[in-house]
Design a protein around this ligand. Structure first.
Ligand code: GLC
Ligand code: CA
Length: 514
C-alpha cells in the first residue's frame, strides 16, 4: 500500500537553517536548497525531508509552529518554496515537509484565542483543565499565563501547548473523548494544513511525534492510530501518491496506523543504537558494531530488526538513517573508514533509508552552546561544509552572523575536497547509492535474510539474488559458505570467494551476484 515511488527512494534530510545561505544573512534558505539540488541528485538521493520551515518564534528550531501555512521569512516566501517543489520535481526529486501535528507554538493564533476567558471556536483546540490551580494528571502543564482560569497541557517544551485530539480513556471532566466534535475539529484542521501543502506540490510529510496525539492512549496506541488511519483514508482519496514517514520508532504500530514508513530511531539500548552509538548504552565503553575491533555483536541489532521486518514487510517500510537533527553525528565516534562500512550496511537494507546532510562527508559533532532549544543536539546542526572558502562555502555573509559556527578545525571535511578524492567518504557513499539504484535487489522491497551473524565472523546476508558481506574488524576473516558461482560486483577493502570460503580483508564490504 505504500506509495510506489518509495521503492527506489533514498532520502536526504535538510536542516534548512544550515544548508546553504544565498543572500548573505547567515541563515540557509529555500534558494540555497534549489541551488544544491544537482548536488543531492548526483549524490544518489532522490527525495528530501526538510525540517520545519514555517513561521515560528524558533524556540524549538521551528518545531514550534506559529502559522502552518506560511513559510518562515528567514528561508524565503511561500512562492520560493513552491518553486523548490517544482525544481525538485524537474530533477525527479520528491519533497516531504515536516508536519508537527501534536502541538503548536504558544504564539499560534489558535492558542491566543484558546487562552481567552470568553468561549470561542478555539476554546477546545488545546487541552485545558477546569481550574487555574488544577494539575493535569501526570501530563506536564502550565498555569498562570492566560486570561482563562485553567492550566494547559504541554506536548514537549514549555513553548509547545498540546493540540486536543481527545483522550482514549477519559478520567476527568475536562478530558474530551477522542470522537468528541472538538477533537475531530483539530484533526480536520490538520488535514486542512496537509491539503494546503500537497495542493502546492509537496509530496508528503515527515510527522513529528506521531504517536503523541490522543492522550491516555493504550499500549497499542489505538486512539492515535485511528486518527492516522482516518487521515490516510483522506490521502488515498485525494493524494494517493503522498508519502508519510513517522517519528514513532515502532514500525509494527506505525505501519498499521497507515504510515508508509517509520523511522528506526536511535534510542538508548535499542538495536539501531548498537550499530553506531553504543557508547550511549554504557558508561564509557563502546561496542558499536561498526567500530573497528570493538567486539560489537550484530545480533543486538538483528534481533529487533528481524522481528520488526518479519512483522511489517508487506505493510510498509522501516527507515534506517545515518543520523537526524536530534542525534549525535555518527562521526562523533566513528572514523571515515568505519563510516564507509556502516553506510554500506544501512543503505543495502530493505525499506527506505535516510541520510542526514553532511554525514556523507563525515561532518563532525561540534561541542558548542545551545541554539533555539537544541541543547546537545546543536552540535549536529552546524552549517554544511561545501568548500575551503569563507564560512566553508555555506554563506557569503559575516562569520559572526552565521546561524551556527562552521567547524573551525584544520581538517574540517568539505564537499569540494572529497569530490576530488576517489576514495573519499563522499565518493564511497555515491558508489553505494548508485549500486542500490542499479540493483532492484538492493531496494526497498527485495527480501532480506541473514546467512551468517556469528559473533567474530563477518556478517553475511542475502538480498534477492545478491549476497552481501561486511567485516568491520581490523583483522581479515573467513566464513565457510557455499555461494556457487558467485561473481563479485562491488568491494570496499578486499574480498574473495573461492570454493566454499568467503575471505574478507580487514574492514571490508563486498557484494556478490549468485
Ligand atoms: C521531535 C523533533 C525534535 C523536536 C520535538 C518537538 O522529536 O524531531 O527536534 O524538538 O519533536 O517537536
Ligand atoms: Ca539566507
Amino acid at each position: 500500500m505504500a506509495a510506489k515511488w518509495l521503492k527506489d527512494a533514498v532520502f536526504y534530510e535538510i536542516y534548512p537553517q544550515s544548508f546553504r545561505d544565498t543572500n548573505g544573512d547567515g541563515i540557509g534558505d529555500f534558494n540555497g536548497i534549489i541551488e544544491k539540488l544537482d548536488y543531492i541528485k548526483d549524490l544518489g538521493c532522490n527525495a528530501l525531508w526538510i525540517n520545519p520551515c514555517f513561521d515560528s518564534p524558533f524556540k524549538d528550531a521551528g518545531y514550534d509552529v506559529r502559522d502552518y501555512k506560511k513559510a518562515a521569512a528567514r528561508y524565503g516566501t511561500n512562492e520560493d518554496l513552491y518553486r523548490l517543489f517544482e525544481e525538485a520535481h524537474k530533477k525527479g526529486i520528491h519533497v516531504l515537509l515536516d508536519l508537527v501535528p501534536g502541538h503548536t507554538s504558544e504564539e499560534h493564533e489558535w492558542f491566543r484565542q484558546s487562552q481567552k476567558a470568553v468561549k470561542n471556536e478555539y476554546t477546545d483546540r488545546y487541552i485545558w483543565t477546569s481550574f487555574c490551580f488544577e494539575g493535569a494528571e501526570g501530563y506536564p502543564y502550565v498555569g498562570g499565563e492566560s486570561e482563562r482560569s485553567a492550566t494547559y497541557l504541554l506536548n514537549f517544551f514549555k513553548c509547545q501547548p498540546a493540540l486536543n485530539y481527545g483522550f482514549h480513556k477519559v478520567t476527568k471532566p475536562w478530558q474530551l473523548p477522542e470522537n468528541h466534535p472538538e477533537a475531530l475539529a483539530t484533526r480536520e484542521a490538520m488535514k486542512d494544513v496537509m491539503r494546503f501543502w500537497l495542493s502546492h506540490g509537496c509530496d508528503g510529510f515527515r510527522v513529528d511525534m506521531a504517536a503523541s496525539l490522543v492522550k491516555n492512549d493504550d499500549e497499542k496506541k489505538s486512539g492515535t492510530s485511528a486518527v492516522w488511519r482516518d487521515i490516510r483514508r483522506m490521502l488515498e482519496l485525494e493524494y494517493p501518491d503522498a508519502a508519510m514517514v513517522s517519528e514513532w520508532s515502532n514500525p509494527p504500530l506505525a505501519l498499521r496506523a497507515g504510515y508508509d514508513m517509520d523511522f528506526y530511531l536511535n534510542e538508548r539500548g535499542n538495536g539501531y543504537s548498537t550499530l553506531i552509538r553504543d557508547y550511549q548504552n554504557h558508561d564509557g565503553e563502546d561496542h558499536s558494531y561498526f567500530k573497528k575491533d570493538a567486539g560489537g555483536n550484530i545480533n543486538r541489532f538483528l534481533d529487533q530488526y528481524l522481528t520488526w521486518y518479519e512483522d511489517t514487510k508487506d505493510k510498509g517500510y522501516i527507515s534506517l538513517l545515518s543520523c537526524n537533527h536530534d542525534t549525535l553525528r555518527p562521526r562523533y565516534n566513528l572514523d571515515e573508514e568505519e563510516l564507509k562500512l556502516a553506510y554500506a550496511f544501512i543503505y543495502t537494507l530493505p525499506g527506505v533509508p535516510f541520510l542526514y546532510y553532511g554525514d556523507e562527508i563525515g561532518m563532525k559533532y561540534l561541542d558548542i552552546p545551545t541554539k533555539e532549544g537544541g541543547y546537545f543536539r546543536t552540535g549536529s546542526r552546524t552549517p554544511m561544509q561545501w568548500s575551503k572558502s569563507a564560512n566553508l562555502g555555506f554563506s557569503t555573509g559575516n562569520s559572526e552572523d552565521l546561524y551556527l559556527p562552521v567547524d573551525p578545525s584544520e581538517d574540517a571535511p568539505t564537499v569540494e575536497a572529497q569530490e576530488a578524492d576517489p576514495s573519499s567518504l563522499l565518493n564511497t557513499v555515491k558508489a553505494i547509492l548508485k549500486l542500490r539504484h542499479d540493483h532492484e535487489d538492493l531496494q526497498a522491497d527485495a527480501p532480506f535474510a541473514v546467512i551468517c551473524s556469528e559473533p567474530g565472523r563477518p556478517l553475511v546476508y542475502r538480498r534477492g539474488n545478491l549476497i552481501l558481506a561486511v567485516n568491520p574488524d581490523g583483522n581479515a576473516k573467513e566464513v565457510k559458505t557455499d555461494l556457487g558461482k558467485a561473481e563479485n560486483i562491488f568491494t570496499l577493502g578486499t574480498a574473495e570467494y573461492k570454493e566454499g570460503t568467503l575471505s574478507l580483508g580487514a574492514q571490508s564490504f563486498a557484494v556478490f551476484n549468485v
